[in-house]
Design a protein around this ligand. Sequence first.
Ligand SMILES: [Zn+2]
Length: 890
Amino acid sequence: MVRSVLLITFFVLSLATNITRAADAMPGWPDVVFDPMIPTLEDVVGHAPGTRITSTDEAITYLRALAAAAPERTRLVEYARSWEGRPLVYMLVGSPQTIAAVEEIKTGMQQLADPADLQSSRIDLLVSELPAVVWLGYGVHGNEVSSTDAALLTAYHLLAAQGSPLFDKIEEGALVAIDPMQNPDGRARFVHHYRQTEGLAPATSAIAAERREPWPNGRTNHYLFDMNRDWLPLTQPETIGRVAAFLEFYPLVYVDAHEMGTDRSYYFPPPAMPYNPHITDQQKETLDAYGRNNAKWFDDFGFEYFTSDVYDAYYPGYGDSWPAFHGSIGMTFEMASARGMAGERTNGSVVTYADGVQRHFVASIGTVETAVDNREQFLRDFVEYRRSADLGEHGGLREFLIPRSGDAVAADALASLLVQHGIEVRRTRESGSACNIDLPVGSYLVSSRQPAGRMVRTFLEDESPMDADFLAEQERRRGLGLRAQLYDILGWSLPRLHNVPVTGCDDVSVAVEDFNGEAGLAWPLPSASQVGWVVPWGTRASGRFLAAAQREGLLVQGADQAFTLGERRYERGALVLRPADQSGMTSAAVHQRVVALAEATGAEVVATDTSYSREGISFGSDSVQPLPAPRIALAWDAPTVSYSAGNTRFVLERQFGYPVEPVRTRDLGQPELDRYDVVILPDGADYARELGSSGVARLKDWVSRGGVVVGMSGGTRFLTADDVGLLPTAREQLAGGKAADETEGTPEGSIITDADAYQQAILPTEPRPDPIPGVLMRAVPDPDHWLSAGVSDGVNFMIDGSDVYVPLRLDQGGNPLRFAQADQLAVGGHLWAENREQWAWKPAVMVADHGAGLVIGFVADPTFRAALDGANIVFLNAVLRAPGQTNKLR
Ligand SMILES: [Zn+2]
């Protein structure tokens, strides 16, 4: 008894005398007494927090030890496996009563998340009884390492702190979920690199090897995805598992802890402008409440910080924004990175790993405290958020129609993705129509009048408008030649990414049923045939079919022109598979294989009893080409942009099922290149320097002998460079920009009379068009070119940068896809007026012969975040079909 009184007195005193001295000590909360039954990090893995970078395996080992020491206060849950087989876990920590009631807490939060049918007495009861569920996510960027040790330190304090009013209050009022490593593969990559390079003492210089990771760095996961952008497309298992876990609990707050440049201090919300327009004023106020409490603790500890700058809340696919559209509060924390154990700032001060651990830890505890202190109010705010969205107080059209016509597989995929996001989707039970859109049976309806209605709007509408004042300020800055203040892409509409037509509509009346996310096969399985089968081209499923058939060694042919068999017209690009072409197989055996492929890939496969075409070509035409299985090399390592290389590999391997061999860029100049049919050059900065002149010459020679080289963004810049000359075009300067001053020697005298003339005088000469920060642009096909087969209605590309090319003349090559006219160009996100004018009609995909081979240039990555359905079909044309178009000798 005496002891606890003393402790409390000491605690009060320590607050009064300020706690800055903790900054020099080991990370942890000062003046707290710990339960000796709870093991420390040092007890379990041999080092204390902040003294060594804890590996992924050590972190899991320690959490297991904590769970074993306090089974009644924890629950350790594996929610996903990474591509490299590492577990992703969260550990729930609460009082014994809270942990015993975890299932009731889930049910309670799910009930509050759908409050329409809840009686107010039930709401009151839940609000008074439910704990504040707080989700702390760490290390989504695997090389931002300090946060994982902060996670372990947080878990230790929540379990071991004794007699502390702060930690007692947290135990009483919160259920805390700690996700220590949102990206274990990336962290493992970093730790492996770091331990390989460390020596006697930390090397603190900015150029020290231990602080400079090799390509690819640990930011990304196995397929080199930035998983803090994957919350919208949901392509990676880590994110898919995380979203599912979130939707079980609907936590009040989701923290995503990061690191930023070494020279900075610490960032926590409120965020910078622009806000996504569907974040409510109430949510902004709550962000401010979290920010104020964290500021209070940082002031007490003497830590520097900033808010309301750099990190905006506009793109809805971050860990700190996505939760907001379910009525939660999402937050990013950013700590100056030591990039190892210690790093020197430009001003000479040193930031240590322990600094990062301590600050993330304090911000974590401060956040849990805010949630506990405001538990009932925040729960009521959550209910109000969900209720007001359900009633449509956010406005907008009532329904979004996804007709199941055209590419039914793409419509199914979009609808299933929305269900994964926790959005209610319904399916029509009869055919009907609404707002002049035909809705065949099985079409999808998504109401914006649902608890996640604001998410529905920001995901499905073409644009989520930025604040008018913010836009005006950006126009002013552009006038001064300054960069726009935007952190990520501006356009993300899911229908545009998936290339599925979706229409908003206020008046729908057709019988519906709930859709659970599992669409089933879209087509009947193909019947037997002596003549063959046709696979209409242009869907992701048809791409999977081609890839699988090529891998299995079946001979598939591709029709470069349209044809009509019986009543059915097949657009150009259709695949033809004939039993007669498959040597050594009976028709029945081929049929069996074709059925299995149709089932596995979901493609529409149609049996035909004749190849006689009522209109167009027959199977024996010269326009029907064999599509041999290509061997594909992908430029890897420097100078490629790792996202572009990794996402491209993912699209081919995991979305289409076709293997790719990564080859280090400098090795593309080796004679072994002859083993490949296709070389992909993803985005990258300086291929010419990496390859050297002899490497460039060898690559050109390989193309001239029948190879296919496919560039995207920076890869295409390389192909068009003057000293490479594989694609005969060039990037444009800003239309109407200021020309270079040709005069030499002493400049002529001039008189500047006003501000406009002054602005003109200081503008740089020959500037490029303003870089675009990520806008979806429409591209329309050349209707006769095989490279645009399957996308006759057009596709969308995500444009960032300023690569406007001069269209190829017909004597030089072709422009199989070009950007749409100015008024139809931007289909998602805000585009400056001059950009709109200059990008219109310019090439999106270019092609030229080079000897017997082909050179294909994508202006933008068709594999961007693995989210662009449609553009990826053009990409498949370039890698799986182009080899059949070359004059390579076989
Ligand atoms: Zn980060």
